[in-house]
Design a protein around this ligand. Structure first.
Ligand code: PBG
Length: 332
């Protein structure tokens, strides 16, 4: 009788053995939780397409922040849903804007919790675009004016840092945005505030529920002139490279699930900490299937997040963060 020389099953024989040879581990320290803040009082309003995710007014926010901190989640990503919008998104860089107010409060409540400010204009402009819309006389079309938008984004970042944001996370996909924001932060005395660049951000249908939540659907056209074509991966490396040169401290790939190859490519080519953004529709799809009883939510979420780490992510931005922290045994 001949026996198989190699037996892979030997190392799968018990939970202890499987744990010993595990190559990738997920930890609560890897997670960042996004939070939507809004004006008004008494508001804790569930986002219909994102069950379990809420709009919070500042007077109701404390319990949520304390819960995140108690779970050991190291950071939150703040999205502002402002009261007013205008052509140049001025409530984004108002020192009394919703994100700035929330930041100051959260810093008082939980000084150790890292506040990451999403730096973009799309929730704040009446066009719903991530920059300033200008008529381009050369093409005869409305266009997003890159360089003019940079000034406003830099002002936004400085205002967020002034309010106490620990990390600036620009998601606007304008060219030169990291450089513009880095210079403005340095000039304002915030040379120690890191930039988490949304380096590789695709023009994706997976942001649909977020746009409902943030009221940031473009009022005309789409974001394809600034966000990337889902078909491209070499271009992702060029985007990441320019952010590295311009002084980014973290790189990000977004969305995550349909782009695990891109995460791997960026991981293999750059040494900066790498963030995967497990975006809104990735969350909503899991929630919908779970609500129908079609999947085991915990198993699906943990396998998905592990897949993102295995693909090369160090950090995962996810609406599942609180649940995942609980499933990891945090806060017990
Ligand atoms: C702002 C921004 C978006 C998301 C994060 N920051 C929306 C967009 O680019 O349209 C999407 C997040 C998600 O879908 O969870 N530019």
């Amino acid at each position: 009788m001949s026996f198989p020389t190699v037996r892979h099953r030997r190392l799968r024989g018990s939970a202890a053995l499987r744990s010993m040879v595990k190559e990738t581990r997920l930890a609560v320290q890897d997670l960042i939780y996004p939070i939507f803040v809004t004006h008004g009082t008494g508001i804790k309003e569930e986002i219909p397409s994102m069950p379990g995710v809420y709009h919070w007014s500042l007077d109701r926010l404390r319990a949520e922040i304390d819960e995140v901190a108690a779970l050991g989640i190291p950071g939150i990503l703040l999205f502002g849903v402002p009261e007013t919008k205008d052509a140049c998104g001025s409530s984004a860089y108002d020192d009394n804007g919703i994100v700035q107010q929330a930041t100051r409060l959260i810093k008082e409540w939980q000084p150790e919790l890292l506040i990451i400010a999403d730096t973009c204009l799309c929730q704040f402009t009446d066009t719903g675009h991530c920059g300033v819309v200008k008529h381009n006389p050369l093409t005869g079309h409305a266009d997003i004016d890159n360089d003019e938008s940079l000034e406003l984004l830099a002002k936004t970042a400085v205002s967020q840092a002034r309010a106490g944001a620990d990390i600036i996370a620009p998601s606007n996909m304008m060219d030169g945005y990291v450089q513009a924001i880095r210079q403005a932060l340095d000039e304002a005395g915030f040379s120690g505030v890191p930039i988490m660049a949304y380096s590789v951000k695709y023009a994706s249908a997976f942001y649909g529920p977020f746009r409902d939540a943030a009221h940031s659907t473009p009022q005309f056209g789409d974001r394809k002139t600034y966000q990337m074509d889902p078909a491209n991966v070499r271009e992702a490396l060029r985007e990441a490279e320019s952010d590295v040169i311009e002084g980014a401290d973290f790189l990000m790939v977004k969305p995550a699930l349909a782009y695990l190859d891109v995460l791997r490519a960026v991981r293999d080519n750059f040494d900066l900490p790498l963030v995967a953004y497990n975006v809104s529709a990735e969350y909503s799809m899991v929630k919908a299937a779970a609500q129908n009883g079609w999947i085991n939510e915990e198993a699906i979420v943990m396998e998905t997040l592990l897949g993102m780490k295995r693909a090369g992510a160090d950090i995962i931005l996810t609406y599942h963060a609180k649940d995942a922290a609980r499933w990891l045994g945090a806060g017990k």
